[in-house]
Design a protein around this ligand. Sequence first.
Ligand SMILES: Cc1ncc(COP(=O)(O)O)c(C=O)c1O
Length: 417
Amino acid sequence: MATKAPYSSSAKTSWFNKSEFIPPDAIFALTAKFQADSSPQKVNLGQGTYRDADAKPWVLPSVNLAREALLTRGLQHEYLPILGLQSFREGTAKIVLGSELFDKRATQIATCQSLSGTGALHLAGLLLRATQNKQPTVYIPEPTWSNHHQVFKSLGFPCESFKYYDYETKSLDIDSYYNMLKQAEPNSVVILHACAHNPTGCDPTKEQWREIAQVMKARELFPLFDAAYLGFNSGDYDEDAFPIRLFMGEMDMEAGVCISFAKNMGLYGERVGCFLLGTKDEQGAVNLQSMLEMLQRSEVSNPPGFGAKIASEVLGNDSLKEQWFQDMETMSSRIRAMRAALYDNLIASGAPGSWDHLIQQSGMFGFLGLSLDVVLRLRDEYHIYMADNSRISIAGLNTGNVEYVARSITECLRDSE
Ligand SMILES: Cc1ncc(COP(=O)(O)O)c(C=O)c1O
C-alpha cells in the first residue's frame, strides 16, 4: 500500500516571490509629508486641487445647490446602468462638443461614464487594445502628468516620449512637436492635453492646434485628448474645448476624449468622468459603445452614482449651469490673480533670472524651473511643498502666503548663485 501522501508538499514558499516594492506616488507622498508638517508657516503647492483664498477646499456653489436639489427630491442608491447615468453622459457630450457639433455628430459618438479622468484614459486604452490589429504606440509629451505612462504601460502599450517643452527657453517646443508627428508611425496614438498642459502650463495656440490636427490627419495618427481642465483653465468652457471641437468638427476626425469633472466641478473624490469617442459611422458608434459596455462590466461592473447625479443636475439645469460657469470663472480668475501676485513678488524681492515664463503659462500649474536642490531646501527649511520638478499648484497661493513664498524662492536662488 502506498504510504506517501498523494500530494507532496511544494518547495514554493510564496505565490508572490516575484513581488517588488514600488515607491509611493510622489505627489500623494508629498501631500502626506505636508500634512505631517506641524509648522504654522507651511504652504502646500503640491497636489493640483483648488483651494480658496483661505487655503481651504472649496465646494462649488453650483454643486451645493445640485446636491440640495437631489436630497430634496430623495436619493436612492440603486446600481447605475453599466455605461453610467444616461443624462450625465448626454449632458457631458453636449457641453464638451457644444450643441452644434453634438447635434451633427450625436449618432456617431459613443460615451461611457468612467472613474474620473484616469478611468476614462484607462477605458480608452482598453478599447484601443481591443480594436487594433497591433497594439499601437502611444506618444506622450515630455514632461507630462505623472500617470500617463503608468496607465498605458500597464495595458501593454509601447509608450514613446516626445519633447514638448524646451527647458532652456521655458516654452513649448512646437518644432519638435511637429517633427515627432511627421515621423510617428501611422496608426499610433498621441496624447493631447486639451488645455492647461500639466505640468508646464504651456498650450499650443489656435494656429498651432490647426497645424497639429492637419499633420495628424495626414499621418493617420489617433488623437486621444486628456481633458481634465475644461473651463477651469480660462474660465470659459468653449474656449478650453476649442481643440476637441476643431479635431472632431472642422477637421472631421475620429478622436477620443477623456473627461474629468474633478477640477472643474471640484468633485475630486467622487470620481466623475466620461470617455467619449467620436467615430466615422453610426454602426461603428453602436459597436464601440457595446464594447465599452462589456469592458466596463468586466472591470467595475457599473460606475459610482452620487457624483454623476450631481454633475448631471448641474449640466441639465440652466440656472445651475449658469452658476457653474460663474464658479469656474471664480476659480480660474483667483488662480490668474495669484500667478500675477507671485510674479510681482518675485520681481519685487529681486529673484535672480527672468520670470516671464510664469505669466505666459496658464491653468492650475506654474512650472518654475528651479533646481531640485532649491525645491528640497524650500521643503525642508521653509516648509513650502512643491513637486520635485518645481511644478507648483498656484491654487495653494493666497494673499497671506504669496509674499513669503516669493521671498523664500529668492533667498534660496541667491544662496545658490
Ligand atoms: C493632465 C491630467 N489628466 C488627468 C487627470 C486625472 O484626474 P482624475 O482622475 O482625478 O479626474 C489629472 C489630475 O490631476 C491631470 O492633471
